[in-house]
Design a protein around this ligand. Sequence first.
Ligand code: PRP
Ligand code: URA
Length: 209
Amino acid sequence: MGELHVLDHPLLQHKLTVIRDKNTSVKEFREIVSEIAMLMCYEATRDLPVEDVEIETPVSKATVKRIAGKKLAVVPILRAGLGMVDGVNRLVPNAKVGHIGLYRDHDTLEPVTYYCKMPNDIEERDVLIVDPMLATGGSAEAAIGFIKEYGCKNIKLMCIIAAPEGVERIRNSHPDVDIYVANVDEKLNEHGYIVPGLGDAGDRIFGTM
Ligand code: PRP
Ligand code: URA
């Protein structure tokens, strides 16, 4: 069963408070989303396998650790997921980037796909799907479904804020997927927005309010 990891590090919680604030500027919002993604990626990659290697320091020979051959792909759900890619790539520079374009239909709240482009060797990679918001869970559910169609086995979902409904939906439809969030908020409102949330993540990252 995939696990729900709520990352309660004080630095993460502080940064989350800044981006929730409606008076935070687009510039600061975008920068902090990237920093949060980097901090969350640190936790989401905690189980990467390591191997022993021999090196020489300026002082002596040493047997030390390095990441063993695992390959990672980070897959942002467009648009808002794009704001998290740079933070992940700063920690894992060799991660390839796939893109899934989805938007929520305003009336049905169901996801509509408009773009999909994955690295050629995606099926050999562990996949980290990123999107700041897990609301009804429809977008993440569809994105995970797409990636499974390529044959990927090890998929993680990293969102900054989740609603209980979204977490429940992913745990039911994709019980093998670990979910990483900085907080599970109270609820969804009648428009499908997370309460208290941070508003429309894509609009706040790209300044399209
Ligand atoms: C937002 C968000 C998620 C989705 C979450 O995207 O970035 O992708 O909503 O909602 P759900 O869990 O109910 O599917 P949106 O559809 O607003 O598109 P955008 O990123 O292009 O603004
Ligand atoms: N998408 C967002 O950007 N914000 C929400 O609160 C819900 C879905």
